[in-house]
Write a protein that binds this ligand. Sequence first.
Ligand code: FAD
Length: 382
Amino acid sequence: MDSTIYNYAIIGAGCAGIHLALAMMEDPFFADKQILVLEKDAKEANDRTWCFWEIGAGKWDNLILHSWAKGKFHCTNQDKVMDIAPYRYKMLRSIDFYKNAKDKINAAPNFHWVNDTITTVSANGKNTILGEKGNYIANHIFDSRIHPDFFKKEDTYTRLLQHFKGWIIETEEDFFDPDEFVFMDFRLKWKDSTSFNYVLPISKRKALIEFTLFTPELIEDKDYDKILEQYLEDIVKLKKYSISEVEQGVIPMSDFPFHRQHEDHLTKIGTAGAWVRPSSGYHFKNAEKYSQMIVDNLKSHRLPSKGVAQNRFRKYDTLLLDILNKNNELGEELFSSMIKNNHATKVFKFLDEETSIFEEMKIFSTFRSAPFLKALFNQIRK
Ligand SMILES: Cc1cc2nc3c(=O)[nH]c(=O)nc-3n(C[C@H](O)[C@H](O)[C@H](O)COP(=O)(O)OP(=O)(O)OC[C@H]3O[C@@H](n4cnc5c(N)ncnc54)[C@H](O)[C@@H]3O)c2cc1C
């Protein structure tokens, strides 16, 4: 048993746990607090690529692999150039994010990184955390483990999956334009599903190409490969390339009430705390924003989760999930009406949950899908 009573314990040093730990480290309020970070993995693999947009310089610019000021959107019968200025679309490799955090945590005398798999947490006031290697006590626990009820599926919440496979490909000759990325390309889909490819050129000879689906079930591994091959050959018109890295993942898209799993002495964070936007899978910038909110709440002696991931945007997400669950083929129509009929900066502002209700209604009025408008009307009446 570790006899220290930590002020805070953070279970999971992934996207959310690291954002939170570093936000605490940057604030003098936490300089005299003891903070324990518990992580089961070594975090030495590049297990994901994070993309996000922001205006101007950002907190992670020293870790950014590449960024773009211009994007493209393609659907079956139309293309759109997305002028995203003053935003930039930025790409970050998780391995760089993990290494930067580990170095900082290991160098800070009041932060303690412990590799352990946590099995049981009792946040009953005594707040004990049981791990495979040791037991720990903290006044407040931040937990990025997803509640087991989510996996039991014994309720009526919608559960879609954002699942994808991507290849980093390299060419022997210049082929890509590193100043322009493809945000979404619906010209090649998996059956009648909401599915699209995207292209993130890192240099003239290197790009990440990813095939993504928003569907209830996964597809077979060979089918992602088939689509990626076909996309490169028929649409990108690239025949000769080598695959240097593979990225694969699944992100839950659900209206499961993750935010209700908080307890008096335990706050759920990250995917487990509803920080991932269910309608898009984006999380990285939310993790930065919500970590800062937690820090501010702790400093003001408010409930740590106050105001975090609970707003009307969750209602919009529920609506979109419901439509995609019932009519999965409508994804192209929904995303393309939003992107074709609204300036890219407005779309980013909306996805960042920074629009006014008036701006949101203007965006919704550009959606031509009858099921969407009907579902929106029903939601507003509730
Ligand atoms: C491949 C991939 C690509 C993505 N790309 C983007 C993107 O481009 N942009 C974006 O905004 N979002 C993206 N996401 C979505 C989201 O940003 C990530 O899923 C993000 O990592 C979620 O953060 P998290 O902290 O909730 O979970 P994680 O980052 O998975 O962190 C959870 C941590 O908890 C640890 N852990 C779990 N159980 C235990 C235990 N029992 N004991 C101790 N430690 C434990 C895990 O090892 C892990 O380190 C992507 C997701 C994936 C999977």
